[in-house]
Design a protein around this ligand. Structure first.
Ligand code: EPZ
Length: 421
């Protein structure tokens, strides 16, 4: 296993290019199963989760390969409808093959992904949506067995849960509905840019969808889809992570190949914190000279502040004079980073689904343990400003979602490298 070793105290300066969005690429790769023909997907980051998705597609009988940021998928005529536990248990996004398999093969047997370190992660909305389209769903031996003896039929579906809309449930139901007979309306659809990107991919394949980016999606089923060439959007969570890094270190960084429109909520909070952010066409320049100011943040579905940047925001709050409060409304238990940040000298107290952060003058480097992808990113950010050296263990979490992390931070002037343990 590798560890990342960071010595804090350097201001980040320079330029960094953002990779393609992991959370856009994963469902899009799954969606390529909806056609027999070959699809070519570009701007795909070189990440462990992408490799897992490709392994899953191969297990389903598709040809799938990755080369230099480009994924090529050739599903062919017949697919094996079983997504095995071994793969699904290592990556929850595997659940997005359910919609395409059901639509193409009339059958999907997908291992139930189960919860994860960020809390319980049910799939009731996925099942509700697919049942509304006419699938018969049974849970047996840890698998969701979905069957559509007759062709799926369009339906009116409300996809809201206790925590609002669901990104992957919207994707799954949309992917099933594009090949269903007749019209489907999804209400309370997720509006995240990754859902819009998936809709764009499906439309290019020949699907009829209107309303992407709004809470109401209207889908008119078509008989067949074609293989296409497509490039995924830039990763807004990676961009946000570099925004925080530059802001925390008091640096001056130009973030390139990014979509500023996808980071409004984050830029707004950073500006309130005393950080200067200038938008360009596909760039964001982030600078800070003065003191950070405390702010309160609540995570919400898009266009609200994303849960996937909550941990990174908390790292910034840790060194912001005064008291800041962060409330987690998507995953109320997503606070595994708190104890590790506190080991580095942060003063964070948990109160239900809120964290009260008392800013401290300095953090101190320590050996810390990554628990999930975004928690690990928060530890890296804290390490960049901490006194002394931090070792972040269990780096495989970071490798799931951040392409070339050490290289990108090194280019910006950070003292960071990877070591074999
Ligand atoms: C996606 O997960 C992302 N993953 C997550 O990113 C992200 O945190 C999450 O959306 C929220 O933005 C991918 O895109 C691969 P949800 P998803 O369904 O779709 C509840 C990262 O760090 N819910 O939108 O699985 C759920 O428990 C990851 O990159 C139900 O109740 O999340 C949560 O409270 C982690 N029933 C809320 O909805 C369901 O059937 C939103 O979750 C499904 C979800």
């Amino acid at each position: 296993m590798d560890k990342i070793v960071i010595t804090g105290g350097r201001k980040l300066k320079g330029e960094v290019a953002i990779s393609g969005a992991k959370n856009s690429a994963l469902p899009i790769i799954a969606a390529s199963l909806l056609s027999e023909e070959e699809s070519v997907i570009e701007n795909v980051p070189d990440l462990r989760d992408i490799q897992t998705m490709l392994r899953l597609l191969r297990a389903l009988g598709a040809k799938a390969q990755y080369e230099n940021g480009t994924v090529t998928v050739k599903p062919g005529k017949n697919l094996n409808p079983v997504a095995p536990y071994k793969l699904v248990s290592t990556m929850r996004a595997s659940v997005c093959v359910m919609g395409p398999l059901l639509a193409r093969m009339g059958q999907a047997e997908v291992s139930i992904p189960g919860g994860c370190i960020i809390g319980p992660r049910p799939i009731d909305l996925h099942i509700k949506g697919l049942e509304a389209l006419g699938a018969q769903v049974e849970i047996q031996h840890g698998y969701v067995n979905a069957r559509a003896p007759k062709k799926l039929r369009g339906a009116d579906i409300f996809l809201g849960g206790s925590f609002g809309s669901s990104v992957l449930a919207t994707g799954n139901v949309m992917m099933a509905a594009v090949l269903a007979q007749g019209k489907t309306t999804i209400e309370n659809a997720a509006c995240e840019p990754e859902v819009v990107d998936l809709a764009r991919f499906l439309k290019k394949m020949g699907a009829k969808i209107i309303g992407e980016g709004s809470p109401i999606l209207e889908i008119e089923g078509v008989k067949k889809l074609r293989g296409i060439r497509f490039a995924v959007i830039p990763d807004r969570i990676e961009a946000g992570t570099y925004l925080f890094a530059a802001a925390m270190t008091g640096g001056d960084v130009l973030i390139k190949k990014t979509e500023p429109a996808h980071t409004h909520a984050v830029a707004d909070k950073l500006r309130q914190s005393g950080v200067r952010i200038d938008k360009g066409k596909m760039t964001l320049r982030v600078r800070r000279n003065g003191r950070l100011k405390p702010v309160d943040v609540t995570t919400l579905p898009y266009p609200g502040f994303p849960t996937d940047l909550q941990a990174q925001m908390m790292a910034l709050m840790s060194i912001t004079p005064g008291i800041s409060v962060i409330t987690e409304k998507i995953y109320p238990d997503r606070f595994m980073h708190v104890s590790e940040l506190n080991r580095m000298g942060s003063k964070i107290f948990l109160e239900g689904n809120s964290a009260i952060v008392h800013g401290v003058k300095r953090l101190s480097g320590a050996p810390v343990m990554a628990s999930d992808l975004r928690a690990s990113a928060a530890l890296v950010l804290a390490a960049l400003v901490a006194e002394g050296t931090t070792e972040v263990h269990r780096v495989y979490h970071l490798d799931r979602g951040y392409e070339k992390l050490e290289t990108k931070f090194s280019f910006l002037g950070a003292s960071i490298h990877r070591e074999r343990e």
